[in-house]
Design a protein around this ligand. Structure first.
Ligand SMILES: O=C(O)CC1=CCC(=O)O1
Length: 269
């Protein structure tokens, strides 16, 4: 296990693959998850890339830190981690709130970004009303009280079968996040709006979405792609909000092809 101290917060991270002359991909997780969600994608990419995984503050083994949070705070943590690891430039793959963090990181430090992989995310996610209701629910009744509703957005019915042990595991992952970190990240998402900033993105970008995503549906992600100059848009079939868990093979293929084109201008043989 690897830990860094950034902005007075202990951040849990992992580096896989390399050596350092390989292109670097940084993965940023969604709300209520830790970096284990990327496992089935990482095993397919390791060897060809240097991979950085981390738990954002308030999630996984990272500290909760000082409340409240903004998306810029989350991005500042990631910038600090990349500086600590001496990563000069990377593809940033952000899922959901991880995609908001990626957009903020690009605004703050475009020099660190080789390309953006915006997965099941948008320029703005949800409304103040829905986020305030969710914050109230978890603060009053715990994260366990919202697990069933959240799972309907995360995963397709085919994955949510009671006999699917992975499904049970991801319910545990969500329920076990610290309430303070979860609620503070909901507040950060509520307050984030990258609608204007999207038009200024000037690195290769792809927006990807599961065709059954109930949190950032395909039409929302497509409209985000339309705001970003020259951004690509791809749909992953038979996936909800977390295609890295449900369809890792298909997601990896899209990520690989995007990076190949970003680096070489065309698909290499
Ligand atoms: O929990 C959800 O509804 C899905 C989600 C929204 C933002 C995020 O990171 O995950």
């Amino acid at each position: 296990m690897q830990f860094a101290r950034v902005n007075d917060v202990t951040i849990h991270y992992q580096i896989i693959g390399g050596p350092a002359d390989k292109p670097v991909i940084v993965f940023a997780n969604s709300l209520g998850t830790d970096f284990r969600i990327w496992r089935d994608v990482i095993v397919r990419l390791a060897g060809d890339f240097a991979i950085v995984l981390y738990d954002k503050r308030g999630h996984g083994l990272s500290d909760v830190g000082q409340l409240p949070y903004s998306i810029d705070d989350h991005a500042s943590d990631l910038i600090g981690l990349l500086e600590t690891l001496e990563v000069e430039q990377a593809f940033i793959c952000g899922l959901s709130v991880g995609g908001l963090i990626a957009q903020s990181l690009y605004q703050q430090r475009p020099d660190l970004v080789r390309g953006l992989i915006l997965c099941d995310t948008a320029h703005k996610i949800g409304t103040a009303e829905t986020w305030n209701a969710r914050i109230e629910a978890v603060e009053n009744n715990g994260i366990g009280s919202i697990v069933d509703a959240v799972m309907e957005r995360w995963f397709t019915p085919a994955f949510r079968r009671p006999e699917n042990r992975a499904y049970a595991g991801y319910c545990n992952m969500l329920a076990r996040q610290p309430v303070e970190g979860y609620a503070a990240t909901c507040g950060a998402i509520r307050d984030a709006d990258f609608t204007k900033a999207a038009g200024k993105i000037a690195v290769p970008t792809i927006c990807i979405v599961g065709d059954q995503d109930g949190s950032t549906p395909p039409d929302l992600v497509r409209s985000t792609a339309q705001l970003i100059p020259n951004a690509r848009f791809e749909t992953i079939r038979d996936a909800g909000h977390i295609p890295c868990v449900e369809q890792p093979e298909a997601l990896t293929a899209v990520i690989r092809a995007f990076i190949d084109i970003a680096l070489h201008g065309e698909l290499s043989p």
